[in-house]
Design a protein around this ligand. Structure first.
Ligand code: FES
Length: 183
């Protein structure tokens, strides 16, 4: 593996992000703490976390590939296999379950007919269930790619799916999750 700027090793997956990675590593007193931002970068760059990316991250952070694998397989926002264009993550935790998450999930599955891996045949949607996304007061809710959709009903979910199919976007999104500001 050839050296890159700032003495940081780089490889095929991260080649064009060498400067960003060099800067990223300066933010952490312990190199291994950069594992999540690097896994997130791999996910966004390739649509999944490939074995090549995991090997590169291990090299960069002086970890073993199994240590990187353990982390990559723990978080639902990361995937070892490519996902559909729209990753639909339906919260299945208690507060959302109490207000109808199961019904919406069943509706989604009946209408999009994903395979056993959660992906639709056209590659547009992958449906996953995830644990609490921190938006319990506005359930049932789901996250699609980076955006939250809250206080869902069947009608809203139908409109969201149709809008995403037709335009790639939907005005019903609340946007990315933001921590409430402290007053
Ligand atoms: S239980 Fe669904 S967001 Fe918390």
């Amino acid at each position: 593996m050839r050296p890159v700027s700032g003495g940081v090793a780089g490889g095929m997956v991260f080649d064009k992000h060498r400067d960003f990675i060099a800067e990223l590593l300066t933010r952490y007193p312990v190199k291994r703490s950069a594992i999540l931002p690097l896994l997130n970068l791999a996910q966004r760059e390739e649509g999944c976390v490939s074995q090549a990316a995991m090997r590169e991250i291990a090299d960069l952070l002086d970890l073993t590939p199994p240590q990187v694998f353990e982390t990559a397989t723990f978080y639902t926002m990361l995937s070892l296999k490519p996902r559909g264009t729209f990753h639909v993550q339906v919260c299945r935790s208690l507060m959302c379950a109490l207000v109808g998450a199961d019904d919406l999930l069943a509706w989604l599955r009946a209408h999009l007919e994903p395979g056993a891996d959660g992906a639709t045949a056209d590659g547009r949607f992958t449906i996953s269930t995830v644990e609490c996304l921190g938006s319990c007061a506005t359930g049932p809710m789901m996250q699609i790619n980076d955006d939250y959709y809250e206080q869902l009903t069947r009608d809203k979910v139908g409109r969201i799916v149709n809008d995403l199919k037709q335009t790639g976007d939907c005005a019903l999104k609340s946007g990315p999750f933001m921590m409430p500001e402290r007053k």
